[in-house]
Design a protein around this ligand. Structure first.
Ligand SMILES: C[S@@+](CC[C@H](N)C(=O)[O-])C[C@H]1O[C@@H](n2cnc3c(N)ncnc32)[C@H](O)[C@@H]1O
Length: 242
């Protein structure tokens, strides 16, 4: 029997293929099978597009797999459609591994931050406790956004918090009161709520919003009020730092 393959969850950075690490590129080059996550059915995989800018992909066995964009509440049972997507992904990965094939799951930014790859890993591990997994870190949109905005995230005594902007206003306000450096992710549908809150708290001048960091067509908005009423790209991150 051939030796079982290894499953690699590979962070590929925020968009610019030059921001992929040497290790990410090497692992992707050596894995014959890739599971590329896509947010839409029959949609493109952003992570795959990034990888294609840096690694030969033509001879790879690539499965573009749809993961529904639905909230996964921490510690609670996920929606059945999401669980199904994780199960199918884990099953395909395991079939490759059983044949001795190494599999890579390229993922946007860093795998440790809001990443589907970890759910696939956990699903795989639950069904096959002997599975070999490696997590390859990547440059997160968090650091890349700060770099585009030319701002540090924390210096000296600063306390940094990362928060999805989908929470209700009360929680967003409390977090803004509690910390002096904040990164809001998944902010694209929440600016119409966040801008009035920032205004009320006199924080507008401390905020910077970056759309599509390092992806080409990057936009840095120092005047965050100017985006009100505009449809923002899903790849948008807001930094607020006093
Ligand atoms: C599901 S999370 C993935 C985060 C990713 N694992 C990381 O480490 O950057 C998606 C959110 O990350 C942020 N994001 C990812 N790529 C981005 C980019 N190139 N520019 C701005 N924000 C980005 C946005 O806030 C987006 O809604």
């Amino acid at each position: 029997m051939s030796k079982k393959g290894t499953f690699f969850v590979v962070g590929v950075g925020p968009g610019d293929p030059e921001l992929m690490t040497l290790k990410a590129a090497r692992i992707l080059e050596k894995c014959p099978a890739w599971l590329a996550p896509a947010a839409r059915v029959d949609g493109e995989s952003t992570a795959l597009t990034i990888v294609k800018g840096a690694v030969q992909w033509e001879k790879k066995n690539i499965l573009i797999h749809h993961f529904p964009m639905k909230k996964v509440p921490t510690g609670k049972k996920p929606d059945a459609e999401i669980q199904e997507a994780w199960n199918k992904a884990a099953q395909w990965v395991n079939e490759q591994l059983e044949q001795g094939v190494d599999v890579a799951l390229p993922t946007l930014g860093d795998p440790a931050i809001y990443c589907t790859g970890f759910y696939v890993y956990k699903t795989l591990l639950a069904a096959h406790p002997d599975v070999k997994v490696e997590i390859i870190p990547g440059i997160s949109a968090i650091g890349a956004t700060a770099a585009a905005a030319k701002t540090p995230l924390c210096l000296g005594d600063d306390e940094l918090v990362v928060i999805p902007a989908v929470f209700e206003n009360g929680k967003l306000r409390k977090t803004l009161e509690q910390f002096n450096s904040l990164v809001f992710m998944k902010v694209y549908k929440s600016m119409d709520r966040l801008v009035p809150l920032l205004k009320e708290m006199d924080l507008l001048e401390k905020a910077v919003l970056v759309e599509r960091t390092s992806m080409g067509e990057e936009q840095v908005h120092h005047d965050v009020e100017s985006v009100l009423g505009r449809e923002l790209h899903y790849f948008s991150t807001l930094i607020v730092r006093r």
